[in-house]
Design a protein around this ligand. Sequence first.
Ligand code: H2U
Length: 338
Amino acid sequence: MINFSDDPHRRYNILTGEWVLVSPHRTKRPWQGKVEKTTGPSRPSYDPLCYLCPGNTRAGGHENPTYTDTFAFVNDFAALLPDSSDGVFEKGLFLAQGERGICKVVCFSPDHSLTLPDMSVEAIEKVVALWQKEYMELGALNFIQHVQIFENKGDIMGCSNPHPHGQIWAQASVPQEVAKKSAHLSKYWEAHHRSLLQDYLAQELEVKERLICQNGDFVALVPFWAVWPYEAMIIPRRHRQHIGQMEAAEKRAFAAILKDLTQRFDRLFDTSFPYSAGIHQSPTDGAPHPEWHFHMSFYPPLLRSASVKKFMVGYEMFANPQRDITAEQAAERMRELG
Ligand code: H2U
């Protein structure tokens, strides 16, 4: 039998089919590195030089409206374009495919000084409503098969501006992370006619070891197969394929658990916690996708303090991801921060 808190072992990710190496015995080794507390500089509510603040002119020359809650616009430096070629290039072993799409930037608040955990549940609910609207509208376009909603937060994650914002990339093909999950969700659906993630959630609720926080409609937990030290996932209790299916009360509950989880993150190392977060949900390719169960994942890089991050290098680049602190230990710390 494996002792999860002592023995090196591998854990399987049921959504992607990938493995993570867990080395819990290594958490007992001495740590001689720095542990710093970094409370970033406080920011004004309005920055005349910020390209996302209301009323300001963006780099592309467009002027932002004096928006009062949320605001979405087409990225002035979009990675995908709606009218580019979608032709295929194939010559010998060289294969390429033109990719069309639409990229948008979503401002969460007009207040430059805030981040999601600082915002009220009511204000976060408006962000959720905008995500729903964008998913439905972009997904309804004929050439769009997938809509990726995400937030990149913090300098350490390469975020270019502290103004609270996220992005949406909608495109003509289903990207590979989603395709992997689709394959595993489908296989389970075909075999059991049940949502894989709903059955996984039921098991997590029974053992309780990896739960962080929950409300009537959502559960936040550290997944069994977490790769990042404090990786987390928000899963709806009901089988919802995409965020467009959330009713008014669920929208409020989603906003509430987003606030609860991100506040805990900020308390963990007493810093505005950096992460990449994204919503995975049913592709918009016109197929019914009964297998899909939407969820939001948080991949935060920090390991030990506001300045000590985990590096995905060496063995992780060449073999497979590895972690020391177990998912159970991470979840326990996150629970205590409530
Ligand atoms: P990041 O902070 O995650 O880099 O996102 C900011 C996005 O805002 C980035 O994709 C876009 C950049 O292209 N942007 C504009 O669309 N207009 C601007 O005036 C500056 C930045």
